[in-house]
Design a protein around this ligand. Structure first.
Ligand code: PRP
Length: 191
C-alpha cells in the first residue's frame, strides 16, 4: 500500500498562514450571489455546471442559496496548465443536454482563465440558450485570457490559496475557509 503522511486536524489548520476569507464572510456572499441568480434566472430553470473537483463546496452552498428551480451537473477534465503540451481531455461529460438551456458555469476560482476558455468553448458548441459564468474567487493578476464573468464572489490577490475546495496536492479542500498557504508548504513545488 502506498505510504503517505496522514497528519492531524491541527496540521491541517496550521498549514494556513493567514485566513483570507472566513466562513461567515463566505456564507454571506454566497447568500447574496444566490439571491442575484434567483432573481436573474426566474422562470428560466438554469443548469448550473461545475468542473470537478475544486467547485464542490461552493456549488453545494450556492445551490442551497438559490431559491428557484435549478438543475446541476458536473464535468471532469484532465489538468490544464500554461505551457502544457497535448489536448485537454474530458474525463466525465455532462449528463444533461444543455441545448436551448440557460447554463450558468460555476467555478471556484478563475486564475489564468485557460480552463474557462476551453470549457466555455466546449459548452457553447452545444448551443445553450445562454451561457454565463459565476466564480467564487477571481485572481485577475494572473489572467491570460479576458473572459466576462457575470457573478464574482471575491477578488483575490496572487497567493497560493487553499481551503473551501482549493487544494495543494489534493489536500486542504475540506478547510471551511479560504486561506493563504504557508510558504514552506508549497515551496519549491509551486505549479
Ligand atoms: C482549478 C479551478 C479552475 C482552474 C482555474 O482547478 O477549479 O478550474 O484551476 O485555473 P485557470 O484559470 O488558470 O485555468 P484545478 O485544475 O486546480 O483542479 P481541481 O478543481 O480538481 O483542484
Amino acid at each position: 500500500m502506498k505510504s503517505y503522511a496522514a497528519g492531524t486536524a491541527q496540521d491541517l489548520v496550521q498549514s494556513v498562514q493567514r485566513v483570507l476569507i472566513d466562513e461567515r464572510t463566505l456564507a454571506q456572499r454566497i447568500q447574496t450571489l444566490g439571491a442575484l441568480i434567483s432573481h436573474d434566472y426566474e422562470e428560466k430553470r438554469p443548469v448550473l455546471v461545475g468542473v470537478l473537483k475544486g467547485v464542490v463546496p461552493f456549488m453545494a452552498d450556492l445551490l442551497r442559496a438559490i431559491t428557484i428551480p435549478v438543475e446541476v451537473d458536473f464535468l471532469a477534465i484532465s489538468r490544464y496548465r500554461p505551457g502544457q503540451k497535448g489536448q485537454v481531455r474530458v474525463l466525465k461529460d455532462l449528463d444533461i443536454c444543455i441545448k436551448g438551456r440557460h447554463v450558468l458555469f460555476v467555478e471556484d476560482i478563475v486564475d489564468t482563465g485557460l480552463t474557462l476558455q476551453y470549457l466555455l468553448k466546449l459548452l457553447r458548441a452545444r448551443e445553450p440558450a445562454s451561457l454565463e459564468v459565476c466564480t467564487l474567487l477571481n485572481k485577475t493578476s494572473r489572467r491570460l485570457i479576458d473572459i466576462p464573468l457575470k457573478y464574482v464572489g471575491f477578488e483575490v490577490p496572487d497567493f497560493y490559496l487553499i481551503g473551501y475546495g482549493l487544494d495543494y496536492r489534493e489536500r486542504f479542500r475540506n478547510l471551511p475557509m479560504v486561506g493563504i498557504a504557508k510558504a514552506e508548504l508549497i515551496q519549491p513545488h509551486r505549479l
